[in-house]
Design a protein around this ligand. Sequence first.
Ligand code: ADP
Ligand code: MG
Length: 396
Amino acid sequence: MGQYAALGDVAGKRVLVRSDLNVPLDGDRITDDGRIRASVPTIRELSEAGARVVVTAHLGRPKGEPDAAYSLRPVAARLGELLEREVAFAEDTVGESARAVVDGLADGDVAVLENVRFNAGETSKDDAERGAFADQLAGLADAFVSDGFGVVHRKQASVYDVAQRLPHAMGGLVSTEIEVLQRLTRDVQRPYVVVLGGSKVSDKLAVIDNLLGKADTLLIGGGMVFTFLAAEGHEVGKSLLEQDQVETCRDYLRRSRESGVEIVLPTDVVVAPEFKADAPPTTVVVDAIPADQIGLDIGPDSATAFAERIAGATTVFWNGPMGVFEFDAFAGGTRAVAQALTEVDGLSVVGGGDSAAAVRRLGFADDAFGHISTGGGASLEYLEGKELPGITVLED
Ligand code: ADP
Ligand code: MG
């Protein structure tokens, strides 16, 4: 229990654990339980030490009020299967049901509270409103363990404010994530290659600013590539394009030429007339993207070029699928990049919810990579050099 030494002996104590159980669901079927699995060791360790474990987490983006579509009930059931023990479920987060469930816990028992984002106070920008909700959460426990890496970049009640109200400790999952991120920022083993893709373009462009001073090579694919291609003067048809970021991309390309940090863009892309699984794919070179088509993957030549650079690196960080991997016809680039990461002789890190889901969907084993991070946004903000409020608060 070294990890939790700051909490003293946890036996018999009610320990509130903030986990990240934000898994993709299809109805009430969990399509990828990776985050639940990743949360198990901390919960199990506390339970085995005799704590009364009260898990709080969010699912999706409900609007600050109960919404059955975002209930954590199926997630609690899956957690019970993985822990191989009964997991109690509270129908609310801090109400009557939560209090009754927590009161009913014996030493070593585990409960999950309903989606913390059913309460407007959780994500409120108003310190007083957030604080009032954190008071209620803190009232359910004697100590707090922060283990939801996917949310540590958020100043939210169950991540930040609650830590100010209870004796607290960093969970094992979060500390492992931070250790890996440190290896990507301090004394990095070179060559250091970063692969960026996915669809959250404006979110992710910010990280490039910092990486231009750190990485040796940046490989760009996914939805964000089209803003770069537009910055180079190419037509991108109906592809994802952030017009107001074109200038930023042009600036990155200029800085890359000046600094010697290479930004590598694809030379070919796979396009289709529609965003659909069975849309007919065509491979075109990047200066011949038809006006009526959407770019949905990097092309095979680019995939090979990216894979070669990755396999030759000693440190690789990858965030964001290279294409719409959910559709088989547009999964080739993502598969090639994933395969290359498994061949890295050094540290390979996959970050991001969809990127992690992609490698599993494409049949790669988790242990084929050095580390699969549970938090995309949090790891990117760390790499951007930003302070993570949910980490800083634990240091006080
Ligand atoms: P992560 O969760 O790994 O950080 P994102 O959430 O940013 O990644 O992006 C994942 C999504 O990006 C996937 O659902 C994928 O289908 C989508 N995507 C990848 N390439 C494209 C593209 N060319 N056009 C549209 N969407 C894309
Ligand atoms: Mg995502």
